[in-house]
Design a binder for this molecule. Structure first.
Ligand SMILES: O=C(O)CCC(=O)C(=O)O
Length: 275
């Protein structure tokens, strides 16, 4: 059932994002953080580099978040009732590290067309100005795709360090979320995030993205899961939902998905970055 109010829809159309939306309780967010940290500690390589992608394929706890009915109701309001999960990424900023995300537009290198898709950013910890929350440039989704410099900065959490220069930061809005809340953002909105200056981790579990079944991948192949409705287009490889953590078959599927994703993200790039 579509769930966003008319003022939230207006905000999305005018500004390109909506936040905050209550999804999980604080207790549920803490459980998810524990799951992420359990996998991180037990299989340290699994969340390094490319491993930050597709954790929902190898963890039923994270898979459950992607299929949360409150999230899907909100997403349905934007992209319609036939919904695929086409990827997830953990954006983790540890204290004392220099991780940041330069201003960019998701649609620039992601290959998903038409733009009937939306990204859900779920705060697993609080996300605020001190720990480097996202900042959105409202209304920028109404413009075309902009030029991005490819900087490959080692602290940039984006694949190519893709950067839109001269964004008026004073016009951007911080997306402040409590653990368990989410934001939704448009494929073309200009956004980024700064350093984590706090003493704790900032963790975002990002469903990147929820796509309508009519959305094709024009740069390569992706693995999707049907979250709601029917897929009469069948553009993509469908995968099943994990029933146990780190099942061998799921790991293989996830590795394949990551190999394919890497080809998409680095399509025509002059070099390969660390994610
Ligand atoms: O987590 C961040 O700081 C940035 C994430 C991002 O750019 C995105 O979800 O599109």
């Amino acid at each position: 059932m579509p769930s966003l109010s008319s003022s939230q829809i207006k905000k999305y159309n005018d500004e390109g994002f909506i936040a905050p939306i209550d999804i999980l309780s604080n207790k549920e967010a803490i459980e998810i953080k524990k799951e992420i940290e359990y996998i991180e500690n037990k299989w340290p390589n699994e969340q390094e580099g490319l491993g930050r992608n597709y954790i929902h394929m190898i963890s039923p706890v994270l898979d459950k978040v992607c299929n949360n009915s409150k999230i899907l109701d909100a997403v349905e309001t934007i992209i319609g009732k036939n919904i695929l999960v086409c990827g997830t990424t953990l954006f983790i900023k540890n204290p004392q590290e220099q991780g940041f995300v330069s201003f960019h537009q998701d649609a620039k290198y992601i290959g998903l067309e038409p733009y009937n898709w939306v990204t859900a950013w779920i705060a697993i910890t609080d996300s605020n100005e001190e720990n480097g929350c996202m900042r959105m440039w409202p209304g920028s989704q109404k413009d075309k795709l902009r030029h991005h410099n490819q900087k490959f900065d080692e602290n940039n959490l984006l694949t190519r360090g893709q950067t839109i220069e001269n964004v008026p930061v004073e016009q951007t809005i911080p997306v402040i979320l409590k653990a368990g809340q989410m934001s939704l953002h448009h494929p073309v909105i200009v956004h980024g995030s700064g350093l984590n200056k706090s003493k704790d981790r900032r963790i975002g579990f990002v469903i990147q993205s929820y796509i309508g079944t009519n959305v094709d991948q024009v740069l390569g192949n992706i693995y999707v899961q049907l979250a709601r409705g029917k897929d009469k287009y069948n553009y993509h490889e469908h995968t099943i939902r994990p029933v146990e953590r780190m099942n061998r078959k799921d790991i293989l599927t996830r590795n394949n998905a990551n190999d394919e994703l890497s080809k998409i993200f680095y399509n025509k790039a002059k070099k390969i970055g660390k994610f």
